[in-house]
Design a binder for this molecule. Structure first.
Ligand code: MSP
Length: 532
């Protein structure tokens, strides 16, 4: 009997990060968004593949290594081990794979891909002359540049003078794909998001594309061009391929690589910052078209974290390390804050004041208090055992109904990359349950010793606990650690409740009689940091 084919994975990628420096919160922001999205799809019961990694070749990394007195491979190994892998733990990312562009699995597949493109006539030899920004690792057009006070032509992102490159290189016939790309995006407007990113790419495409130099000859830190050892592959051509090499691009049919590729490709989402949109929405799909491979479902370009109105960056000394924020509020609040405070797809300014204010009002006071109050009341009035609910009143049913719409709206918003709306929907549910507690006054009802009062008290406390069971499931992809604790404390684990998104709004999953634990405070009050 043949096995049924495994369902195609929901495949999401982050950009692979340059190892020229340690991560700052701008990098962690992309990874957190990807992690929340993939955890959400997992919680919906889907087969998921989440890839991140590091981009290790090119002039930028080479120069940093040289400046630090290390061979580039040693430098890359050090940064990956000391900084890029540890930051995944710091922000609690659950990636399925981590690709490094210096790994054999990547380099061999890149070379094979390049050879097949050459054989198909998409690559030719030519000469390149023009400006290059090492910070962006990008050949620039004159119109892209700005002039600084000294009259030098500079990259607008890095504010540094560009360098003139004049080389004989291998070229990819990018221009030949202009019409095909336009037709693809006209037919699939959701393939580039948000709309502003779509419009930017379309107007760039309509202005016409030039062929792209895809090799460099003046340094050797890269993947050798298979038929010309005097050249290394242009770092972006090398890097973009990671999304496909990591899942077995071009492997022989019947091999594990080919099987993995069939289960994952095409990627559903490439999450990128807006500065690298064109590479992903123009060069990358053209490379795939040239190889007759299916195109990714969507490139989503998020905005920048700004400091003083400018893109946060280590080179401008405005980088803040993820660890410094996690030390203050923990990884869950870190994850919550950036997706809650900034509309995904727009720029946003980070401020310690805003972080502390939201942590205190929304997490410590809003959610943390609700949990500790009900845990204390079940402890005091029912010896820590969840009571069975009696007859539900209108107020109780209103909470149950609100949970149905909350779950639906949150699911819709998060799948649609609108993390803020999704989080706010859950927050409003928490506010509604807090208001319910205030209005129902269980501590007053507890004074009545008659059976009706006891039944009413039990129903109120059960309603709050069930609400918290649902909140723990809804927030689990965003705040995995504290929500796992809440899930256990509120008796969901012991009740065998379902984590599945589609089951969250099913009322009554907590089993009366399970223990409700009063644990440590989930979001303890924090000392004001010195930076404020
Ligand atoms: N190596 C390339 C990507 C290759 S993907 C095939 C690269 N690396 S990077 O380390 O410079 O940037 C990686 C990601 O971090 C980009 O999406 C970039 O937009 C993002 N960010 C870097 N600084 C950022 C902010 N200040 N704010 C938000 N995102 C930022 O580009």
């Amino acid at each position: 009997m043949t096995q049924p084919a495994q369902q195609k994975a929901f495949y999401l990628t982050t950009p692979i990060y340059y190892v020229n420096d340690a991560p700052h919160i701008g990098h962690a922001y992309t990874t957190v968004a990807g992690d929340v999205m993939t955890r959400w799809h997992r919680a919906a019961g889907e087969n998921v593949w989440f890839l991140t990694g590091t981009d290790e070749h090119g002039q930028k990394v080479l120069r940093t290594a040289e400046a630090n007195g290390l061979a580039p491979q040693k430098w890359a190994d050090k940064l990956v081990t000391d900084a890029w892998l540890p930051v995944l733990d710091v922000i609690d990312a659950a990636n399925d794979d981590f690709i490094r562009t210096t790994q054999d699995r990547h380099m061999a597949r890149v070379q094979r891909f390049l050879s097949s493109l050459k054989a198909a006539g998409h690559i030719y030899e030519g000469s390149y002359e023009g400006p290059y920004c090492v910070g962006c690792e990008e050949f620039k057009l004159a119109g892209d540049l700005i002039t600084d006070d000294s009259g030098a032509q500079c990259c607008p992102i890095h504010s540094k003078p560009v360098e003139q490159v004049s080389e004989t290189n291998w070229f990819f016939r990018l221009s030949a794909f202009t019409d095909q790309l336009i037709a693809h995006y006209e037919a699939n407007p959701g393939a580039i998001r948000p709309e502003s990113a779509y419009n930017e790419v379309m107007s760039f495409l309509r202005s016409g594309l030039q062929d792209l130099s895809i090799s460099r000859s003046t340094f050797d830190w890269g993947i050798p061009v298979p038929w010309d050892q005097s050249q290394v592959v242009y770092v972006w051509f090398d890097a973009l391929l990671n999304y496909a090499t990591a899942v077995g691009l071009g492997d022989e049919p019947g091999t594990p690589g080919a099987e993995k590729f069939a289960q994952t490709w095409p990627a559903d989402v490439h999450l990128v910052g807006k500065d690298i949109l064109r590479f992903h929405a123009i060069i990358w799909p053209a490379m795939l078209m040239a190889a007759d491979l299916p195109l990714p479902g969507c490139v989503f370009a998020h905005g920048w974290l700004l400091v003083g109105g400018e893109k946060m960056s280590k080179s401008k000394l405005t980088g803040i390390s993820p660890q410094s924020i996690v030390d203050l509020v923990g990884s869950d609040a870190f994850r919550y804050y950036f997706l809650r405070a900034i509309i995904f797809g727009q720029d946003g300014s980070f401020s310690w004041e805003d972080l502390v204010a939201r942590y205190t009002s929304e997490l410590a006071n809003g959610l943390g208090n609700l949990a500790s109050r009900v845990q204390a009341m079940v402890g005091k009035y029912f010896d820590g055992l969840l009571p069975a609910p009696g007859t539900y009143t209108e107020a109780d049913l209103a909470i149950q109904n609100l949970l149905i719409t909350t779950t639906k709206n949150t699911d819709h918003a998060i799948r649609d990359f609108d993390f803020q709306t999704g989080i706010v929907a859950v927050k409003e549910f928490i506010d509604a349950v807090n208001l319910y507690v205030t209005e129902q006054q269980p501590w007053v009802i507890a004074k009545g010793e008659d059976a009706a009062s006891q039944e009413r008290l039990a129903t109120i406390l059960y309603t709050i606990c069930e609400s918290l069971r649902a909140i723990a499931a809804l927030y689990q992809p965003i705040m995995p650690k504290s929500m796992a604790t809440l899930w256990t404390e509120i008796g969901a684990e012991a009740s065998g409740a379902s984590h599945l998104i589609s089951d969250i709004a099913t009322w009554g999953q907590l089993k009366p009689g399970v223990g409700i634990i009063k644990g440590e405070s989930m979001f303890p009050r924090i000392e004001e940091p010195e930076t404020i």
